[in-house]
Ligand binder design. Structure first.
Ligand code: AP5
Length: 216
């Protein structure tokens, strides 16, 4: 199965993709994660993407589509793909069609996480992760049981994304409204869009997504 998780910054795409990977052995293809890895490794793509990401704007369509193409080429044909944060523009949606056809795959669902933008600013601004294992936390909603110690791995270093500040989050939201939300009709015309309440507790969102997958 190949699905797209669509929603603005902080909608829970990464959270739900991680759970689907655990439950179904699917593969999460997050262009945001790929770009952050490129920035960290200071590759040519990373050097080009760094400032764009820090401003909360979109990296070029050609760069992100090439990343997705490479990842799919390296994946087993029997492993399902969860597109997390891609496509984000009409051009990327068109490229994804071509890339999927090239790899003999077809899209099953586009799952839109329906959310309230103001609540999302709070979600994104407050989040941080364990620097060792990547476990996610939040200043107000999910703190480690022992202050300063990761529940999962015992790590004591934590980090925040440089683009998780209120000003950049608002730019990212505006980019979503202007460039990403308009791709929905493209998929609606194919009858593959399913909507899920992204403001519900995490486990309820997961259950709603599972219901969609089971309907295939
Ligand atoms: P990217 O990394 O894709 O970031 P994003 O879309 O802004 O999404 P986030 O990772 O911020 O949020 P999410 O929806 O995954 O939410 P999460 O699960 O973390 O992109 C970053 C940048 O890279 C872009 O701005 C752009 O510059 C560039 N880029 C990436 N892809 C690109 C592309 N295709 N084209 C061009 N440029 C691209 O959850 C957020 C928080 O909420 C967490 O703390 C979580 O614990 C909590 N939470 C989740 N669900 C719930 C819930 N149901 N209830 C309560 N809390 C919840």
């Amino acid at each position: 199965m190949n699905i797209i998780l669509l929603g603005p910054p902080g909608a829970g795409k990464g959270t739900q993709a991680g759970l689907l990977v655990e439950h179904h052995g699917m593969r999460q293809l997050s262009t945001g994660d790929m770009l952050r890895a490129a920035v960290k490794a200071q590759t040519p793509v990373g050097l080009e993407a760094k400032a764009v990401m820090e401003r909360g704007e979109l990296v070029s369509d050609a760069i992100v589509s090439a990343l997705i193409d490479d990842e799919l080429a390296a994946m087993g044909a029997d492993v399902g793909a969860i597109f997390d944060g891609y496509p984000r523009t009409e051009a990327q949606a068109m490229s994804l069609d071509a890339i999927l056809a090239k790899h003999d795959r077809a899209l099953d669902f586009v799952i839109e996480l329906m959310v309230d933008e103001e609540a999302l600013v709070d979600r994104v601004e407050g989040r941080y992760t364990c620097a060792s294992c990547g476990e996610g936390y939040h200043d107000r909603h999910k703190q480690p049981a022992v202050d300063g110690v990761c529940d999962k791995c015992g790590g004591t270093e934590f980090k925040r994304r440089p683009d998780d500040n209120a000003e950049t989050v608002r730019t990212r939201m505006a980019e979503y409204r202007a460039k990403t939300a308009p791709i929905l009709p493209f998929y609606e015309a194919r009858g593959i869009v399913q909507r899920v309440d992204g403001m519900a507790p995490i486990e309820d969102v997961t259950a709603a997504i599972e219901k969609v997958l089971a309907s295939a």
